[in-house]
Write a protein of this length. Structure first.
Length: 544
């Protein structure tokens, strides 16, 4: 979608753009058309480059339209047919997030719109049955759907339409979450649907996932209070025709574990995980059913597809999140909301001026002075550095990660970005602000794919060609050098001020100069007369 929006924005420029990659963008020549004066930009050789985070647009002089040939990759696809939850903890919204977390595409047919929050359901408006049919047809006639998952189905007519459409457009598997009552006790689908549910939908299902109340309702009010009751319910529901039955025990009283019973007609499986003490369990059922659908779409068998561990991890991770004031809050499907909530400031967007005084740590020098990396970083920040790169060639991964976390805390509390040299894994693990790579490290294009559009990526470059490639690959800046000879990096020939100038002139990215730079020669570097030299990187000058 981002690319489509970009294309339409650009069309008035009367130029044609082709090939989008998930990297940073410098879209050339569109400053006036885009009217985005608030976007960070750099001026160089009378050209302006506007950064559009998220993708690169590359110009293709000859093309008259966006190319649509080339390989088409099939990706697993779940269609969810469910209700919307305005609070976004359950329903369609939970399904989208769960599928995204499981890396599966999710399309949506909305059966009802609920006004809902963490307190309860304040209102329900059913989508007209004809229009549910129209949505189903739109998706199924065009897209290759692997698995359909149903949630809130508010009327008999809606259920019948779904069954009819699925006969017309068969899919690999049907997951039925027989949503009836929200955890707040509000009715989402009344008893009038029960007979249609049993007679028409259940026999088509590959797996159904009732909670205790729903299993009881489908079994005419049978009492379900123990694990034995759940076994019996699973067997009775299986008799109604679904290939597999998962009776969920999230609401089982007096249970220190969250236990679900899976029955495939032959065997019972008791699926157990520790019960997480949390208020944030709204939408666990929808999410579990979507995960099952997602894993089935990838081709896993049913038992492997019941991703209980995922729900447990997400609940555990989200224990501290406080959204809404009601008794039952949503959890975080993507396991991202709490990682930034340390007592530190948020990461701010990268600005080339961050490169002004760029500190690169050196473990040998720290060892010699008997100080930790974190102490060195603290001292450097107190001394005025504007960005820090951790360069640890000897440390064990575990120790490096711990140091990186400690440094990140210090850097965040001072608003100074922290980059990791070379180790993309460590950067991801500690949620650093970015990575700096050399020519023999992981290519910046791959790093960008791994880190996403927001993180900072720097590349060491010695030649104009390397600088050009860094830009194409979606880097944010280049480190150019060694400008002067240095002992910090062996086998690194110095390119001198002339070499630096040649690369800077060719670079579309901001440059930080590196290599043998200290108090005595920093001014000469900054005054070479090329506007994109934004700063100097220092190692020994600081840490020795
Ligand atoms: N506190 C918890 N800790 C760990 N797992 C849980 C917890 N609560 C529920 N689960 C698990 O989450 C999954 C969903 O079960 P649950 O019984 O909560 O469904 P549900 O009532 O349909 O949920 P909802 O209607 O809120 O979407 C099951 O695998 C269940 O065991
Ligand atoms: C829309 C919708 N679907 C399902 C549930 C069950 O959690 C809910 N609360 N809301
Ligand atoms: Mg449920």
């Amino acid at each position: 979608m981002a690319s489509a929006a970009f294309f339409s924005t650009c069309s008035s420029a009367n130029e044609n753009y082709l090939h989008l990659t998930p990297t940073h963008a410098y879209a050339k020549g569109f400053v006036n058309n885009l009217r985005t004066s608030n976007l960070p930009s750099i001026a160089l050789r009378n050209e302006r480059f506007v950064r559009l985070r998220g993708f690169v647009a590359m110009r293709d002089e000859g093309a008259s339209k966006v190319s649509d040939d080339g390989p088409r990759m099939k990706i697993p696809h779940v269609l969810t047919v469910a209700g919307s939850d305005s609070g976004a903890g359950a329903g369609i919204q939970a399904d989208l997030k769960a599928c995204a977390a499981r890396r599966v595409y999710c399309s949506t047919v909305i059966t009802a719109v609920t006004a809902q929050n963490t307190v309860g359901v304040q209102g329900v408006s059913n989508v007209p049955e004809d229009f549910v049919a129209e949505q189903l047809k739109s998706v199924l006639s065009d897209m290759e759907v692997d698995v359909v998952k149903t949630g809130m189905l508010p009327s008999m007519g809606t259920i019948k339409i779904i069954c009819k459409t699925l006969r017309e457009f068969p899919v690999q598997a049907l997951v039925v979450d027989p949503v009836m009552v929200s955890t707040s006790g509000d009715v989402l689908a009344g008893p009038s649907i029960l007979s249609t549910f049993r007679e028409v939908l259940l026999p088509m299902a590959d797996i159904i996932t009732p909670n205790l109340k729903e299993a009881a309702a489908l079994l005419n009010g049978m009492q379900l209070e123990t694990l034995d009751d759940m076994h019996s319910a699973a067997r009775l529901l299986h008799n109604m025709g679904p290939k597999n039955v998962l009776v969920k025990g999230g609401d089982l009283p007096d249970s220190s574990d969250a236990v679900d019973i899976l029955y495939d007609g032959l065997n019972f499986y008791e699926l157990r995980s520790p019960r997480i003490r949390t208020r944030n369990t709204h939408g666990t059922g929808c999410s579990l059913a979507s995960c099952i659908a997602a894993e089935l779409a990838k081709g896993y068998p049913v038992l492997a597809a019941v991703a209980k561990r995922y729900v447990e991890t997400a609940l555990d991770y989200s224990k501290e999140i406080g959204i809404g004031n009601g008794p039952q809050g949503p959890f975080d499907h993507l396991l991202r909301l709490t990682s930034h909530s340390q007592d530190c400031h948020r990461q701010k967007p990268f600005s080339p001026s961050d490169l002004f005084l760029y500190a690169v740590t050196d473990s040998r020098m720290n060892k010699r002075w008997g100080r930790s990396i974190a102490d060195a970083v603290k001292a450097a920040i107190d001394g005025g550095v504007t960005i820090v790169q951790l360069r640890e060639k000897d440390a064990e991964t575990k120790d490096f990660l711990e140091s990186a976390k400690a440094c990140l805390k210090i850097c965040r509390s001072h608003g100074v970005p922290l980059l990791i040299n070379d180790r993309v894994d460590v950067a991801i693990a500690c949620d650093a602000d970015g990575v700096h790579v050399g020519q023999c490290d992981m290519p910046a294009r791959v790093v960008r794919t791994l880190l996403g559009p927001e993180k900072i990526i720097g590349v060491s470059c010695k030649t104009p060609e390397q600088a050009q490639q860094a830009w194409v690959d979606g880097a944010d800046y280049i480190g150019c050098g060694g400008v002067y000879p240095t002992k910090t990096k062996e086998n690194n020939t110095a390119i001198g001020l002339d070499g630096l100038k040649t690369v800077c002139v060719a670079s579309k990215l901001p440059v930080v100069a590196i290599g043998g730079i200290g108090v005595s020669n920093a001014r000469a570097v900054m005054e070479i007369g090329v506007p994109n030299v934004e700063g100097v990187a220092v190692v020994s000058a600081l840490f020795r």
